[in-house]
Write a protein that binds this ligand. Structure first.
Ligand code: TPP
Ligand code: SF4
Ligand code: MG
Length: 317
């Protein structure tokens, strides 16, 4: 894939159609603070979508609530700015209802790992075919700078003038431990790298996490800001990291929140499990012939008729 703005992706259904970043950019002007890291994530997403080359109407971008969750409005794809912490369940429903859609989920660290944290393991263990982009600024940006689940111990914020008393959630280790098949971390200060990670995540057949160190310039801590990112950045590719080595990925992920900021693919499962959607469709095909016709469905709820009406399930391997 080219890293330039001019790169043209092509659509699989109409191979002659090509797309550039501009095709995914809406006319709405982002209202993020000047310098917010989310601008870089948006640019990277536009470029990654151009590289993938699916037309905007074949893509859905689902977010929760937060500054970062405004992102669907700044694209031309189908967008759903949902409820705080509920982007993943809604995205799972969309993907199951319309498997042909490319479904991307995006939001903040608070949205994903505080209020929405309980949904992450379940999307992962189903291997839902979703790409989850978390804009991890270690703060609640939209609500003006409270501690988030990824804030460092000791961080002082508007709501914690004595500093955080808690250790942060480690999004990389958390998703690896739950069995995510693709786990990566990027940063707007390595824009070309971030474009590649988002593209790779989309191409992965299953749940893919891309945790982005996306600074909040207004409420974020000094060490998270773009000018400090480059000095802390260590590229996994430069370390010779083998992304199929999960134990090594977990060992490096332990350093999340420390002095070094690792970017790249931590883990890519070389033999992914089937996605939940594929399993559901396989079962539907295998057992469809046994299903009651729609006009007899009510018999399932009628005493006396229920046993006779119930389909004889076929064991599925
Ligand atoms: C159910 C519910 N609880 C709380 C809120 C208030 N709220 C809105 S956004 C947010 C946190 C935003 O932080 P994050 O998800 O990290 O996104 P950011 O703004 O940093 O991008 C909170 C607590 C809400 N909108 N809905
Ligand atoms: S408050 Fe922070 S996260 Fe929100 S737009 Fe401003 S810089 Fe970005
Ligand atoms: Mg945040």
């Amino acid at each position: 894939m080219s890293d330039t703005e001019e790169h043209h992706g092509s659509c699989c259904e109409c191979p002659e159609a090509t797309f550039t970043s501009k095709d995914y950019r809406s006319d709405l002007k982002p209202i993020w603070c000047p310098g917010c890291g989310d601008f870089g994530v948006l640019t990277a997403l536009h470029r990654a979508l151009a590289a993938i080359g699916r037309p905007p109407h074949e893509i859905a971008l689902v977010s929760g609530i937060g500054c970062s969750s405004r992102i669907p409005g700044y694209t031309t794809v189908y967008g759903f700015n949902t409820v705080h912490g509920r982007a993943l369940p809604i995205a799972q429903g969309i993907k199951l209802a319309n498997p042909n859609l490319l479904v991307i989920v995006a939001g903040g660290d608070g949205d994903g790992f505080s209020i929405g944290g309980g949904h992450v393991p379940h999307a992962i263990r189903r291997n839902m075919d979703l790409t989850y982009i978390v804009m991890d600024n270690q703060i609640y940006g939209l609500t003006k700078g409270q501690l988030s689940p990824t804030s460092r111990r000791g961080s002082r914020t508007a709501s914690s003038s004595y500093g955080s008393l808690e250790d942060p959630v480690n999004p990389l280790l958390y998703c690896l431990a739950y069995g995510a098949g693709f786990v990566a971390q990027g940063a707007p200060s390595d824009l070309d790298g971030l474009v590649r990670l988002i593209e790779e995540g989309i191409r992965y057949p299953g749940f893919a996490l891309i945790n982005v160190q996306s600074p909040c310039v207004t409420f974020g801590q000094a060490e998270t800001q773009l000018k400090n990112q480059k000095g802390r950045m260590v590229k996994l590719s430069d370390m010779g990291h083998d992304p199929s080595d999960k134990l090594k990925a977990m060992a490096i992920a332990q350093e999340y929140g420390g002095e070094k900021m690792h970017v790249g693919v931590f883990y890519r499962n070389p033999s992914p499990s089937p996605t939940y959607g594929d399993e559901v469709r396989r079962r539907q095909e295998e057992q469809g012939a046994l299903a009651l016709p729609p006009e007899r469905i009510l018999e399932l709820f009628q005493p006396g008729k229920a046993r006779a009406a119930a389909p004889k399930a076929v064991a599925v391997s």
